[in-house]
Design a protein around this ligand. Structure first.
Ligand code: ADP
Ligand code: MG
Length: 341
């Protein structure tokens, strides 16, 4: 009996509820401090309590997951807590393509894959001396927006870099990637690519609600300048969005190009859920500033289905459930190795 497992954070509830709805056993690797929260949910069959998620790299836990024929569903917490080599060393099968997670974590590799997909990507700046106009400095990995900042000059960049270094949030220039700021309204496009059906599904869109940046509109510009704190882009939650229908054709094309590019550069490709993150300008043109190569927490909005899922499914279909269904179909067809790495 296959067990679907994940780490207790991010979108664990959605993933395990979806797995239960599809008839799987479910297992949560749970930090002791979160036990009380996750015990509340009866669709979680088993909690494996750990002091830290890194214990998933230990032989004992690996064996335990092995006995249960477990499949791990990766999400943002796996990426933020473990390095790509650590993730790649996990013995338990991981849903999707674990090799592509390295491409998500490294901003330079990430840029290469987006360009290969023919996406419109903001220019990256090789050095702070190249700053000319509004730019954003971002950390590598899924840092969740903490320690990111906007800047318009080398001098201002250095001041903010030094402040963040003193606070211990970054170590220095090597931790930062500079990208031109993309103007427009943000949209985070959620997709699922089925390796079993060779088909791309568009599931929904979310917007991120990021502190401090999304709160700045409440402070008049004059007072903003008096505040010393560097506003961060730390995600607090997500809100839903539907797109103008005329934008959908290009949404599918971008997703398809991304899937094709990933097949070429990172076999077996972009299997499972992913997200293209960016902004629409006033002409409805999308600029992609980054991607996530696994389920994003913005899909938590649509546990009961999204504004798009009824066009594909006559039952409530969350991203978590879609993942479980893919695993179920793969098992039924004897093709599990096509959906895990
Ligand atoms: N080039 C850009 N132009 C405008 N806003 C950006 C740009 N890059 C990032 N952002 C903002 O910063 C946030 C975090 O950046 P992102 O690249 O998504 O990193 P993370 O991997 O931490 O999610 C985004 O959600 C968005 O609000
Ligand atoms: Mg992001």
């Amino acid at each position: 009996m296959t067990t679907i497992s994940t780490l207790g954070s991010h979108c664990a509830l959605q993933v395990l509820k979806g797995a239960k709805d599809e008839g799987f056993q479910t297992l949560l690797v749970c930090e002791k401090r979160r036990e009380k929260l996750y015990r509340r949910f009866p669709f979680i069959d088993e909690l494996v309590l750990v002091d830290s998620f890194n214990e998933i790299l230990n032989q004992n836990l690996n064996e335990k997951l092995g006995e249960k024929e477990s499949i791990i569903i990766p999400h943002g917490t796996l990426l933020s807590q473990m390095s790509p080599p650590e993730i790649e060393s996990i013995q338990t099968p991981i849903f999707g393509n674990k090799w592509i997670l390295r491409w998500e974590s490294d901003r330079k590799m990430k840029e290469k894959l987006m360009i290969e997909a023919g996406l419109n990507v903001p220019r990256s700046l090789a050095s702070p001396s190249d700053i000319n106009g509004l730019a954003i400095a971002k950390r590598h990995g899924a840092a969740g927006g903490k320690g990111y900042f906007l800047t318009t000059s080398k001098k201002d960049y250095e001041k903010k870099r030094d402040a963040l270094t003193t606070l211990g949030i970054i170590k220095g220039d090597d931790d930062l990637y500079l990208q031109e700021y993309a103007f427009g309204v943000s949209a985070y496009l959620q997709y699922f690519y089925s390796a079993i059906q060779d088909d791309l599904e568009f599931f929904g869109v979310d917007r991120r609600y990021e502190s401090d940046i999304d709160g700045l509109g409440r402070i008049p510009a004059r007072q903003q300048m008096d505040v010393e704190k560097i506003p961060s882009f730390n995600v607090i939650g997500n809100s839903p969005l539907v797109l103008r229908e005329s934008l959908l054709d290009e949404v599918y094309s971008m997703g398809e190009r991304f899937v094709e590019a990933a097949k070429r550069l990172v076999p077996p490709g972009m299997n499972g859920p992913f997200c293209l993150e960016g902004v629409y300008n006033e002409n409805g043109e999308f600029t992609t500033f980054e991607f996530s190569a696994r389920i994003v927490a913005g899909t938590n909005l649509y546990v009961g289905g999204s504004p798009y899922s009824p066009f594909m499914y006559d039952e409530p279909m969350s991203m978590g459930r879609r993942i479980a269904r893919e695993i179920k179909s793969a098992i039924a067809q004897g093709r599990l190795s096509s959906v895990v790495t």
